[in-house]
Design a protein around this ligand. Structure first.
Ligand SMILES: *Cc1c(COP(=O)(O)O)cnc(C)c1O
Ligand code: SF4
Length: 343
């Protein structure tokens, strides 16, 4: 499906120009709730709530992702991930701004050390998309490092922590940074002798598939550290041809690719959708890793699926699919030594 044929003449022609660099795709991304409603021909009554929600957590979506959304359909499973809705305004008891206990886990500025053997570097606050359910929608990113020099305390802390063998680059989305900076960061990490693996948590291969190019593959495969990539796909409709190709470029270079999803009401809370997603992934040599119970972040309660329903869905997957195609259904709980299995 192409958005080109469905948009009115008010959509600037340049946004469809291809190919364009990933940096240009980030610059061109839709940031205005009105533009989102116009381009996707949404009913007028959604507009006021979209504007209100955007003041809490701005709209941000690249055209490459919008092209996979059915126009004029407020129930589209991709649209629901990015469109602010009225339910975000309602305060709900139990939904907080730091639901996963990230802030107490800071070992150094931007370095989260919650779990044994691995630490997570908040490499940047920027993302290639703003997911409305994101547990980091309230994260104080301005306190996180975003410049090379600001990574120094985290790197020093890693160097002094011989028990850490895996470093996870997360954020935000680390692949919004340039390959030049990431390559330099990878070099500094590789110089820490006890680090063995470099894991990247990213939505870029899905949001802006042209991000996966030779420069990225070269630094990722050129480091002493074993690279792992974890992408984030919630619904099979997110995988179009360019996404499929970007994932293949990673796997073809020998990089193990895992997927994590969030269980989201009205998006993927059905056995059919989840089974289809798992099949699409394993057909592409990608392992479904985690299915996350929603973190109880303020403004996202309308996405919550009851745990009993989640367990039922995963049991249905287990009956239909090979074991390696069934993701682990987990929840993050503050103070626990790992993600907690719900099955
Ligand atoms: C989820 C997470 C990890 C990685 O956990 P795995 O179970 O190894 O995937 C590491 N650090 C933090 C802070 C996390 O939230
Ligand atoms: S951190 Fe991940 S889930 Fe959150 S907004 Fe960014 S891409 Fe989406």
């Amino acid at each position: 499906m192409s958005i080109v044929s469905t948009c009115g003449p008010d959509v600037p022609a340049k946004v469809f120009a291809r190919p364009r660099s990933w940096q240009q795709a980030l610059r061109d991304a839709v940031r205005s709730p009105d533009q989102l409603c116009d381009v996707l021909q949404l009913p007028a009554d959604l507009r006021a709530a979209a504007r209100r929600g955007a003041t809490q957590f701005p709209v941000f979506a690249p055209w490459e992702f919008l092209a996979r959304i059915r126009p004029a359909d407020p129930t589209d499973p991709l649209l629901r991930q990015i469109l602010p809705v009225a339910a975000e305004d309602l305060a709900e008891p139990g939904f907080a701004t730091d639901p996963v206990g990230d802030l107490p886990a800071l070992a150094a500025p931007a370095l989260l050390h919650k779990y044994s053997g691995r630490a997570l570097l908040v490499a940047t606050g920027a993302c290639a998309v703003h997911c409305r359910y994101c547990f980091r929608r309230h994260y104080p990113y301005h306190e996180a490092a975003s410049h090379g020099t600001a990574w120094q305390p985290a790197i020093d802390c890693l160097a002094q922590s011989p028990d850490i063998e895996e470093i996870i680059l997360s954020g935000g989305d680390p692949l919004t940074l340039t390959d030049e900076r990431l390559g330099l960061l990878a070099d500094r990490l590789a110089a820490i002798p006890h680090l063995r693996r470099l894991r990247i948590h990213t939505r870029l291969p899905v949001m802006i598939p042209q991000r996966v190019g030779t420069p990225l593959l070269d630094w990722l495969c050129g480091t002493r550290l074993t690279p792992w990539v974890v992408v984030h796909i919630n619904h099979p409709q997110e995988i179009d041809r360019p996404v499929s190709d970007s994932l293949a470029r990673l796997v073809d270079r020998g990089i193990p690719v895992l997927n994590q999803s969030v269980l989201l009401r009205g998006i993927n809370d059905s056995a059919e959708v989840l089974a289809d997603l798992s099949r699409q992934l394993v057909d592409r040599r990608i392992i479904p890793y985690y299915l996350h119970q929603l973190d109880r972040v303020a403004g996202a309660h309308h996405f919550e699926v009851p745990v009993e329903r989640g367990v039922e869905l995963v049991e249905q997957l287990t009956r239909q699919l090979p074991g390696y195609a069934v993701p682990r259904y987990v929840q993050e709980r503050p103070g626990e030594p790992s993600k907690v299995s719900l099955v």
